[in-house]
Structures are given as structure tokens and as C-alpha cells.
Design a protein around this ligand. Structure first.
Ligand code: IPD
Length: 281
């Protein structure tokens, strides 16, 4: 990882970067939508045999990288499929070319292009999110945010739900791809399910975070999120008035991410910490 100081662009620049993030996400979205074959094949697998990569994940990321290289060659790029290309501007584009690849594979509509821009190290523990866009490919809905500029869904301002007790909250979550991780997640789920309104596993972390921002989920948690799952959605939640955090004062990231209105996040975080939900053992 590079070690660059987090210098934030000014608000006009942030607005322009947000517009570029949206353009990137929509452009890759058009590629993914128009190029989807009737039956999608797995091109490769990653962390386990149920963690797929399709040809379209690779094509979408290559498309995003080419547009960034053309218009912002000084910026770094961190993408799910091709890793880190360091830049010189102190800004890094953090890309999930298809978030919700399993849904894409099966033709379930919840998949999205996630384009985040961060200042400083491209690591959730150290970065400052600058701008982001999440484009839901099937519906065409686009969520955006700019640091200090608010969050929108197709141009309309977003606000998280008012905090409510966990007992009446609709909770979003997701699962990892390895047996060890899922065994630990099943243990946490068994504790949580009797204590909440209900649980949804939608299959795209970026869209889960956008649902928090628009209020179609109350609170969300997941262990195992990568930077590209988080970069855009984290800013969209924060700019919609929510918090995105880890457990015990840690930043959101791989160990645990909890997102929603502050008081509900606090209640859920305390419960998750008590169940050691940020550990696989
Ligand atoms: C996955 C999705 C899923 C989440 C996983 C992610 P991908 O991303 O966001 O909802 O539960 O943790 O890896 O692999 O489809 O880009």
C-alpha cells in the first residue's frame, strides 16, 4: 500500500469527482446490462469454489480502468479483480466491477457497479472517502455521494431511518465464502435472529449500504468486507446521516462493518462484540 497524506479536494472539485464517479458507474453498468448472456459462466473462482468471477467482472473492471487512465491518469486504482495500481495524486479509485456476482450469475437482479474515490491510503482503516457512486444495473437506479455534499438516489437527497431498537429493526447482512467463516457467521445469526424484526441477505454489500442510506433497511452488518465492497457505500451512508464503523472503536472493514443510524448501530455493535462476531473461532 502507498502511504500518501489524505488531502481533500475542495467542494467544487469533489462535486466534479462525484459526477465522474457516477459516469464511470453508469458506463460500466451499460456494459454489464447489454452484455449479459442468457446463461452466465464462471470464468474462475477466488477464496473458495463458491466465490466466482465471471468474464463480465473482468470486462467491467478493464472498462473502468481504461476510462480512469484516460481522464484521471494521475490517480491510483484499486480494483477487486486486478489489484492496486498506485497513483501520484493522493487519490485512489476503489472499484467493484460487479458487486453481487453470485446474483449476476443466477440472474437475480441485485447486483451493482461500485465506484469509490478515497484520499490517503486505499485502506478503510486509513482512508478518507471523497466521492462515490453505486449503480444498480437491473433497475438503473444510481446512488451518489460527495464528502460534505450529501447523498442522493437518482438526484433525490437520502436520509437514513430514525434510530429504532434492534428488536424492531430490519437487519441486512451477508456471508463469506469459506466454511470456517460461514460456521462462525451461522453462530452469530442464531443469536441475532430471535432478537430482531427480521434479517435480509440481499447479496450485494454496496446495495445493502445504499439501502441503509435510503431507509429500506434499518441496520446492516457484515464480517469480511473488502475495500471495494465498502468505499462508495460507506460515504453514501455517512452523507445520508448514518454511521459506518467496526467493533470496539475499530474502523469499518474486513473484521466487521456495522452501518445505520447511530443508536441502532451502537446497540447492534454491543451485541456483536459480546458474541465475538469479528472472529471466526
Ligand atoms: C460480495 C457481495 C456480498 C457480500 C460478500 C461480497 P462480490 O461481493 O457484496 O453481498 O456478502 O462479502 O464479497 O464478490 O459479489 O463482488
Amino acid at each position: 500500500m502507498t502511504s500518501t497524506a489524505a488531502v481533500l479536494p475542495d467542494p467544487d472539485q469533489i462535486a466534479a469527482l462525484r459526477a465522474f464517479a457516477e459516469r464511470l458507474a453508469r458506463s460500466a453498468g451499460a456494459l454489464v446490462r447489454d452484455g449479459r448472456p442468457d446463461r452466465v459462466d464462471v470464468a474462475a473462482t477466488k477464496s473458495s469454489e463458491v466465490d466466482p468471477v465471471t468474464a463480465m467482472d473482468l470486462a467491467s473492471e478493464a472498462h473502468l480502468r481504461a476510462l480512469i487512465a484516460e481522464h484521471r491518469p494521475q490517480d491510483g486504482i484499486l480494483g477487486e479483480e486486478d489489484g492496486l495500481l498506485p497513483g501520484s495524486s493522493g487519490l485512489t479509485w476503489v472499484l467493484d466491477p460487479i458487486d453481487g456476482t453470485v446474483n449476476y450469475l443466477y440472474g437475480i437482479p441485485a447486483y451493482a457497479i461500485s465506484v469509490g474515490l478515497v484520499a490517503g491510503e486505499p485502506d478503510p482503516a486509513h482512508w478518507t472517502p471523497v466521492a462515490g457512486a453505486v449503480h444498480a444495473v437491473s433497475s438503473g437506479v444510481t446512488y451518489t455521494a460527495g464528502h460534505g455534499l450529501g447523498a442522493t438516489r437518482d438526484g433525490q437527497p437520502l436520509r437514513v431511518n430514525a434510530a429504532r431498537p434492534l428488536a424492531t429493526s430490519l437487519v441486512g447482512t451477508g456471508f463469506g465464502y469459506t466454511v470456517e467463516r460461514r460456521t462462525a457467521q451461522a453462530r452469530v445469526l442464531a443469536e441475532l435472529l430471535p432478537r430482531v424484526r427480521d434479517i435480509r441477505r440481499i447479496g450485494s454489500a454496496a446495495l445493502d449500504l445504499c439501502r441503509i442510506a435510503e431507509g429500506s433497511l434499518d441496520v446492516y452488518f457484515e464480517r469480511g468486507l473488502n475495500p471495494w465492497d465498502l468505499a462508495a457505500g460507506q460515504l453514501i451512508v455517512r452523507e445520508a446521516g448514518g454511521v459506518v464503523t467496526g467493533l470496539r472503536g475499530a474502523a469499518a472493514g474486513l473484521a466487521m462493518t456495522v452501518a445505520g443510524p447511530a443508536r441502532t448501530v451502537d446497540e447492534l455493535s454491543d451485541a456483536l462484540a459480546g458474541w465475538h462476531a469479528d472472529q471466526d473461532g
